[in-house]
Unconditional design. Structure first.
Length: 113
């Protein structure tokens, strides 16, 4: 457990944390799959009010994130020029991405809650 805490402080994902979850404070984070398996799933994501990364975020440290796509996020708006295949904008101020482009995002919130 101490090694996992040290890894998180250093901004590294602990070995074995291959599951993903959505923390209310941190957003998308890596978590042990056994923990993700017992969490309630909302909008396709295991959810919790807190996570093992919260202390890192609160201390201003780096939180590595699983990749997400904008098409499933409530902040994403399709562009007006080519809404079916074009870029869109992020209502949380994270720039423009293609809907299916995978990237890291700390403000991701599933559109279906």
């Amino acid at each position: 457990m101490q090694r996992d805490t040290d890894d998180r402080r250093a901004g590294r994902v602990p070995a074995g944390d291959t599951g993903r979850m959505l923390c209310k404070g941190c957003g998308p984070v890596w978590i042990h799959p056994d923990i993700a398996a017992v969490l309630p799933v909302v909008g396709g994501w295991p959810r919790a009010l807190g996570c093992p990364w919260c202390f890192v975020r609160k201390a201003g440290g780096h939180v590595p994130r699983p990749s997400v796509t904008c098409e499933g996020c409530r902040h994403f708006s399709l562009g007006t020029i080519n809404p079916d295949a074009g870029m869109g904008t992020c209502g949380a101020g994270k720039g423009s991405h293609y809907p299916a482009q995978r990237h890291k995002c700390d403000t991701f919130e599933p559109a279906r809650d």
